[in-house]
Write a protein that binds this ligand. Structure first.
Ligand code: CA
Ligand code: CA
Ligand code: CA
Length: 383
């Protein structure tokens, strides 16, 4: 049996309950060999207390200790000298959890005091880290020539076999987020990789063009006893090769969401002969297209339909529907009206959508065919 000398402490202090001590590390986690700044505040009631002696005992994962003096001299990132804010920093050179205990001693109103407070911070984990060469490539999984995913390989130097997960976002040259991705895998010791698959459709939809930044890359140890343990982090470790937006997966035709509508009085009698509804579309390929759609009121009642054929170039194009004002006037149905069952099909694309546009409010009396004498209009009552 091992018998050790134990020091028995008897500390006699006059407690002044108005004095408080705080200890705030500037991070709960740092990569290995990162620096953690420690800040303590000594307060008496609501006022800062200068002149105390504050030390922090840092207990490393292997049990060895380091004593860090927290100073209020204005030279240790502690704000002004003698403002009651005490600070200093230390470097974590071991993987794992560091226990921190700060002690403040001094005299206030001629009465000595002692305060203790605790915290902790973690450095890496030692099981794996992000290290090595990144790479990226577009992948076309359905053979249509467009990239379904942008793959980024995250290099992982594995010390201990286990399940690891990487999380990251892809940012455009202007800093906007294009897509998120994560990857989880069992990794054996050695130089390994986790492959992130960013959605090509999301990159296209968010306007990704050029070189992208892999950002906020986290590596988690998923095999940790409790919750997944974050073991490495890099804020912007990699920039991809150059991509053009249209290399990524996207439909050959789509609505841009831009619409316009107006009434046309072609015979000058003050009543609309037509309601024009325009819809802007994006076309990947130019050619001959057929188009059609229906105008309905808010209850879904069909008022008119229109369609035709057009030669359209690639790019942004406008499809113009001309609905008969007489059908609207005689229907005695107010707007706003809706363009539904919009189909566009042709050489390069097919587009079909239920709701393509909603018009402004129109009173049916603005249109040809509306009853000329004033009538009491009763909406249909459903029972
Ligand atoms: Ca200070
Ligand atoms: Ca594809
Ligand atoms: Ca007219």
């Amino acid at each position: 049996m091992c018998i050790r000398d134990r020091a028995n402490w008897v500390v006699t202090v006059v407690q002044d309950s108005d004095i408080t001590l705080s200890l705030t590390p500037d991070a709960t986690w740092r990569p290995l060999n990162g620096t953690v700044k420690l800040t303590s505040k000594v307060m008496i009631k609501d006022a800062p207390l200068a002149g105390a002696t504050v030390t922090c005992t840092v207990v490393r994962p292997d049990g060895t200790t380091q004593t860090v003096a927290l100073l209020d001299d204005g030279a240790h990132n502690d704000g002004a000298a003698r403002d009651g804010v005490y600070a200093n920093a230390f470097v974590g050179s071991q993987y794992g959890v560091y226990s921190l205990s700060a002690v403040a001693t001094g005299t206030a109103h001629e009465i000595p005091f002692l305060r203790t407070t605790f915290s902790e911070v973690q450095f890496g984990s030692g099981t794996a880290q992000i290290s090595g060469a990144f790479s990226d490539r577009g992948v076309d999984t359905d053979g249509d020539g467009l990239y379904n995913t942008l793959q980024v390989d995250v290099p992982v130097q594995v010390t201990t076999a286990g399940e690891y997960a990487a999380f990251a976002e892809l940012r455009s040259t202007s800093g906007g987020v294009l897509a998120y991705a994560n990857a989880t895998s069992e990794l054996a010791p050695g130089q390994r990789k986790l492959t992130l698959n960013f959605s090509g459709e999301e990159i296209w939809a968010n306007g990704g063009n050029g070189r992208f930044t892999l950002a906020d890359l986290r590596l988690n140890d998923m095999g940790a006893d409790a919750a997944p343990l974050r073991i490495d982090f890099k804020s912007a470790p990699y920039t991809t090769t150059n991509y053009a937006r249209d290399q990524f997966q996207h439909a050959a035709a789509g609505l841009t969401g831009v619409t316009r509508d107006y009434g046309v009085d072609s015979n000058g009698n003050g009543k609309y002969d037509e309601l024009v509804v325009q819809v802007e579309v994006y076309l990947e390929v130019g050619g001959a297209y057929d188009w059609s759609g229906k105008l309905v009121d808010g209850a879904g009642l069909e008022l008119d339909s229109d369609g035709g054929e057009l030669a359209l170039d690639a790019g942004l194009q406008t499809i113009t529907f001309r609905f008969d004002g007489r059908n609207i006037g005689t229907s005695q149905r107010h707007g706003p009206y809706h363009l539904v069952a919009f189909d566009l099909w042709g050489d390069g694309a097919f587009l079909s959508t239920d709701g393509a546009a909603t018009t402004a409010f129109y009173n049916y009396r603005l249109f040809e065919g509306a009853p000329t004498r004033v009538e009491l209009y009763l909406p249909a009552i459903s029972r």
